[in-house]
Ligand binder design. Structure first.
Ligand code: UDP
Ligand code: MG
Length: 320
């Protein structure tokens, strides 16, 4: 088997005092491992001395690749920039604030070697604010696990390891870097988790508060929707529409029944309104489903996105 190479990917926003200690810790761990590696540091539009520190570091150590983003885009886009630039065949994102511990990297790799495609870190003893961060995160993790059907304890841990082929087609939006293991599982990857060490932040400040949990839950709805209905939106919109039309029909029968057998005038009950409402809603929803179907086809066909993913082929000629 071909030797692996690692790409460590680190998004940084105002982390000037963390860069050198983190680099030293990484050198210490990676130096003993005998595996080729690169460290990709992405400066996400920092306003402190991060850019200058990275410039010096890149001069000192040619294995450190630096990407400066024009402005602050956020952790997920910064991570994406690193992923796009990565040349290794194993990608390891981590935080740049020394809360993740480089010493955990060999354990992630050992799990990959067992045949997994994605290994996710699990901060068993998380060192963040108990009420503002740890509790909402526990709730969010529970909800994500239930809704996605991919059971991990800690989606939000940045420290993970991916085989390159799993991650190269994934596009990340919003807070979605935490959902990569979910996408990956849906695409047939083998995913597992290992406990990792988590340290309290020493230098700099956290960029997040409790509002992050809400954004994560909203993103989850999008992810779930895309997976379940992106290929067949008509099943969602049309299903709702049919139920609505059916309710309209039942109400219509009830209205007739009351008129004929109870001698109630049509306008004596709100039923005509209810019938019209449900009927309209039902038809609108079915039409919306049809429009979504057209959008979905445009999406797949304009980008030549297949509706399936091939793992391996045998005796097939490659098309490229
Ligand atoms: N980060 C970033 N861009 C941002 C916010 C954060 O690149 O807009 C980086 C940050 O520098 C750190 C990582 O993302 O390396 C995690 O951020 P933070 O430590 O603030 O999050 P927490 O650990 O509190 O969840
Ligand atoms: Mg942190």
């Amino acid at each position: 088997m071909r030797e692996h190479s690692l790409s460590i990917i680190i998004p940084l926003y105002n982390e000037e005092d963390n860069i050198d200690p983190l680099h030293a810790r990484l050198e210490e761990v990676l130096g003993t491992m005998n595996t080729p590696y690169e460290i990709i540091m992405v400066d996400d539009g920092s306003r402190d001395g991060t850019a200058a520190r990275l410039r010096e570091l890149a001069q000192r150590d040619p294995r450190v690749k630096v990407i400066h983003l024009r402005r602050n885009f956020g952790q997920t886009p910064a991570m994406m920039a690193g992923i796009d630039a990565a040349e290794g065949d194993i990608l390891i994102p981590m935080d740049g604030d020394l809360q993740n511990d480089p010493a955990d990297i060999p354990r992630l790799l050992a799990k990959l070697a067992e045949g997994y495609d994605v290994v996710s870190g699990w901060r068993k003893d998380r060192q963040d604010h108990p009420l503002k961060r740890n509790l909402p995160s526990k709730v969010a993790n529970f909800v994500i696990s239930k809704i996605s059907g991919v059971h991990l304890h800690d989606y939000g841990c940045s420290l993970k390891a991916y085989r390159k082929q799993i991650i190269k087609d994934v596009k990340l939006y919003g807070e979605m870097h935490r959902f990569i293991p979910i996408y990956a599982t849906w695409q047939g990857a083998k995913v597992t988790e290992v406990g990792v060490t988590h340290h309290p932040r020493v230098h700099g400040v956290s960029k997040y508060g409790i509002d992050r949990t809400i954004k994560v839950i909203l993103d989850l709805i999008v992810v779930k929707f895309l997976d379940t209905f992106a290929q067949k939106p008509m099943h969602l919109f049309g299903g709702f529409g049919l139920v609505s039309v059916f309710i309209a029909f039942l109400m219509f029968l009830l209205m007739l029944y009351l008129k004929i057998f109870a001698d109630k005038s049509f306008i004596a009950t709100p039923l005509p309104l209810v019938v019209t409402l449900f009927f309209l809603m039902g038809f609108m929803s079915i039409f919306m489903g049809l429009i979504a179907e057209i959008l979905m086809r445009t999406y797949h066909e304009s980008q030549n996105k297949p509706t399936y993913i091939v793992d391996k082929t045998r005796n097939c000629r490659s098309k490229d």
